[in-house]
Design a protein around this ligand. Structure first.
Ligand code: ADP
Length: 267
């Protein structure tokens, strides 16, 4: 499954040729739920070892259009994880303090410490995608950013952070259905902004920007994965597998028991 999702470094993601409603050989919702459960449990065990080892870290970067399911992924996939060794960071429009620094300043500060898993709900990719889509900076500024980002991620990787990058690929029809559901729901409607509706109308343009950006930033040390996101149950299993796979490859080891503890007996 993972190789199907991966964007090989140097190649284009070809988003238009990937099916957002793809099922990745999962027959249905119930089977999806059944597959997710053991993965969530394994994530908890592996995270505990990663924290105990306290030498390396994992960074999950979630990008996607509005209503592509970033929040839902975090809620469903990371339920088995100890919140003390995990941080979720949602990147919003930069504040005036953020803007007084280079765009990676706030991002670097939010990166996981050794032993931690960090989840970025949006990320430094907004500094290319949102900036380009909303013409916040001239082209010469956003054009040079993919190169900075590849070098920045190389630094993180060299220093012990495994980076898992996920683009949640939702179709325009499914995005419309979800936005309409939010418009109709008093518990959710407050969160919508006019810009979300405007961006929905510009779906093709935003996808073209993602096509370029993902193609320019899928590297050996931080490859992108395109996860079909029209079905929540497919998306959850795919992201959980990507995380479990990254942690299994790290194979974190528990430190030895302190001398005297191995055969200690309680009074
Ligand atoms: P979300 O949609 O992630 O649930 P919000 O509705 O608060 O949360 O949206 C956050 C907004 O902040 C998005 O429109 C996103 O494009 C924008 N944003 C995040 N980072 C940046 C950035 N670096 N530059 C410009 N806009 C950004």
């Amino acid at each position: 499954m993972i190789s199907k999702l991966r964007v090989e470094p140097g190649s284009a993601p070809q988003l238009a040729r990937r099916d957002p409603a793809g099922r990745l050989d999962i027959p249905g919702k119930e089977e999806g739920k059944a597959l997710l459960q053991p993965l969530v449990a394994e994530l908890g065990v592996l995270q505990n070892r990663l924290a105990a080892e306290a030498a390396r870290s994992v960074l999950l970067i979630l990008q996607g259009l509005d209503a592509s399911g970033k929040d839902g992924t975090i809620r469903n996939v990371l339920t088995g994880i100890n919140p003390q060794c995990c941080r979720v960071v949602a990147f919003k429009e930069p504040t005036s303090t953020d803007l007084a620094h280079d765009y990676l300043w706030r991002v670097h500060a939010a990166c996981p410490a050794r032993g931690e898993i960090a989840i970025f709900n949006r990320s430094h990719y907004e500094d290319v995608v949102a900036v380009r889509a909303h013409r916040l900076q001239p082209a010469k500024v956003w054009r040079r950013r993919p190169q900075h980002i590849c070098a920045f991620e190389r630094l993180l990787s060299d220093e012990g952070t495994t980076i898992v990058k996920v683009f949640l690929h939702v179709s325009q029809n499914e995005q419309r259905r979800r936005l309409q559901e939010r418009l109709d729901d008093p518990e959710k409607g407050w969160k919508l902004r006019q810009s979300d509706l405007d961006d929905h109308a510009r779906y093709d343009e935003l996808m073209a920007i993602y096509e370029d950006t993902i193609g320019a930033t899928s590297t050996k040390w931080a490859p992108w994965h395109i996860v079909p996101a029209d079905h929540n149950w497919v998306r959850n299993v795919a992201v959980a597998r990507l995380l479990v796979d990254a942690l299994r490859r790290l194979d974190p080891t528990l430190p030895p028991r302190p001398p005297g503890i191995a055969d200690a007996k309680l009074a």
